[in-house]
Each structure stands twice: as structure tokens, then as C-alpha cells.
Design a binder for this molecule. Structure first.
Ligand SMILES: [Ca+2]
Ligand SMILES: [Ca+2]
Ligand SMILES: [Ca+2]
Length: 269
């Protein structure tokens, strides 16, 4: 094999790694409880709609992009919230395989496809929370704390209704924040979030060395909503295992090693 074809092989390996690391999409078909009869969005679609998420795991990092009209609307409806800060960012919750609750005996699309009876008290167990250090930040970027969630959802989480006054209509029953005071949650590290106002995109980037389990899971489920969950997205993806840079380097070395005797033989001949 000539040097040129060796470069071709190495280039192909690189291309394969790049292809495997492409973003995996989740389209928002999730309704969840309690929708109070409104369906996907309670209230203003131009403030609350979530369209989709994209998950990328590559080079030891996990990136989750949420495409939502909520970008740029932190702080709306201050009078409806107990802390008078208005609607803020909910945390991003991650789990293994997605197992949303479906009410038996109801074949409606809202139940079967929209999971309109699913909330934080049933279905998927969330194992990690990417928890905003300031959920009401007006900045374009900031930090989150990564929490490992070791108890039940009820023990680990703050739910929608805990943040709102009794006259507010929100998607109550949904996961909003990690309960940082709970004995069942443990801080494991930090990461960064950012928004792109033009793209209406909220992005989370996490160094997976802080959560080795997340680096190896074949399936990943997620939940995100603003604090009222007037829209919420949930779903699961299958993430192809991506060769780590170290494995690729070893593979490259192996190829080079395998080729060396060929060159020597050729010279000797
Ligand atoms: Ca939704
Ligand atoms: Ca939506
Ligand atoms: Ca659930």
C-alpha cells in the first residue's frame, strides 16, 4: 500500500467518525400532563413553542440543542410566579431508554403519540439533570451544574406547580428543576449553556469525563421545558457509540505498523 492510499484510509476513518457524530433529531410530538385541554402548547405559541431537539455525542462531549420560541422571553408573566421573576429556563433532564407513560385503554393519538397522561410521577426515570445556575438569566450564555439523580423523580425534582401561584395555568406535574437541597442528588461537575436568538436555539455542552455513564449509553432520553412547561419536549434517541480519539489514534498506529513490513519487503526485493 502506498503512502497515498494510507492517507486515503486514514481520511476514510476520519470521515466515518464524523458521520457517526452527526446530530440525532427529536421532533416535538410530546404533550404530557397536565395540558388542561390545550394540547402541545398552553398559551402563546410565539413565546413557548418547542419544535425539536438535536443530540450530538462526539469527542467526549455531549451537546443538546433545543429549538424553541422561548429564547428571548425569560421573565414573562412575573405576576404569576411565586418569586416574581417570571418564566425561566427549566433544567435539562437525561435518562436511559425513554419509557413514557401511556394510559391503558385509550387509543387516541394524544395518548399514544403525545403521551398526554405522562408526567414526572410516571414513566421515565431521569438520571442526570443539567441544572441552570441562574434559570432567570438574561445573558446569552452561562453555566449549569451537572447533577446525578439517585432517588425517584419525586425525591430528585422540583415540579412545575411548585413555582407558580394558584391562579396560573401551567403544565403542572412536569419536571422543572433539580431539587438541589435533596439528599438524593449529587453534584458531578459543570457545563455551559448558550442561546442563539436568530436561530431560536438553546444549547447545552457537557464534558462527558464528568459523567462516564453518559459517554457509554446506547440510548438517551431527555426532557426539557421552560419553568411553566407550557410546551415541553421529551423523547429518546439511539446514539451510535463513537470511537474515542485514543482508539482512532491506536487504529491509525496499527495501520502504519501493518504497512511497515510491506515497505521493508518491497525495499528488500
Ligand atoms: Ca411539546
Ligand atoms: Ca411544540
Ligand atoms: Ca414521565
Amino acid at each position: 500500500m502506498s503512502r497515498v492510499s494510507l492517507l486515503k484510509v486514514i481520511g476514510l476513518v476520519g470521515a466515518l467518525a464524523t458521520a457517526q457524530a452527526q446530530a440525532v433529531p427529536i421532533v416535538d410530538t410530546y404533550i404530557g400532563a397536565n395540558d388542561h385541554g390545550y394540547g402541545d402548547i398552553i398559551g402563546r405559541a410565539d413565546w413557548f413553542d418547542i419544535q425539536r431537539a438535536e443530540v450530538t455525542r462526539d469527542n467526549g462531549f455531549l451537546r443538546v440543542d433545543i429549538f424553541t420560541n422561548f429564547v428571548g422571553h425569560v421573565g414573562v408573566y412575573p405576576s404569576l410566579t411565586k418569586n416574581n421573576k417570571g418564566i425561566g429556563y427549566g433544567d435539562l433532564f437525561l435518562g436511559g431508554p425513554w419509557t413514557p407513560f401511556v394510559k391503558p385503554g385509550d387509543n387516541s393519538a394524544a395518548n399514544v403519540d403525545g403521551h398526554k397522561f405522562d408526567n414526572a410521577l410516571n414513566g421515565t426515570l431521569w438520571r442526570y439533570g443539567l441544572s441552570f445556575d441562574d434559570p432567570w438569566s438574561q445573558a446569552n450564555n452561562g453555566s449549569f451544574t451537572l447533577y446525578q439523580l439517585n432517588g425517584t423523580n419525586v425525591e430528585n425534582l422540583i415540579l412545575t406547580e411548585e413555582l407558580f401561584k394558584s391562579n396560573a395555568i401551567a403544565r403542572d406535574g412536569q419536571a422543572v428543576h433539580v431539587d438541589r437541597a435533596s439528599q438524593t442528588v449529587a453534584s458531578r461537575g459543570t457545563g455551559t449553556w448558550s442561546i442563539d436568538t436568530a436561530q431560536k436555539r438553546l444549547s447545552f455542552v457537557l464534558d462527558l469525563s464528568q459523567a462516564p455513564a453518559l459517554a457509554s449509553w446506547d440510548y438517551l432520553s431527555l426532557h426539557w421545558g421552560m419553568t411553566c412547561n407550557n410546551d415541553a419536549i421529551e423523547g429518546g434517541v439511539e446514539l451510535p457509540s463513537v470511537p474515542e480519539p485514543a482508539s482512532l489514534a491506536l487504529f491509525g498506529l496499527g495501520l502504519a505498523g501493518a504497512l511497515t513490513p510491506l515497505r521493508r519487503r518491497r525495499r528488500a526485493g
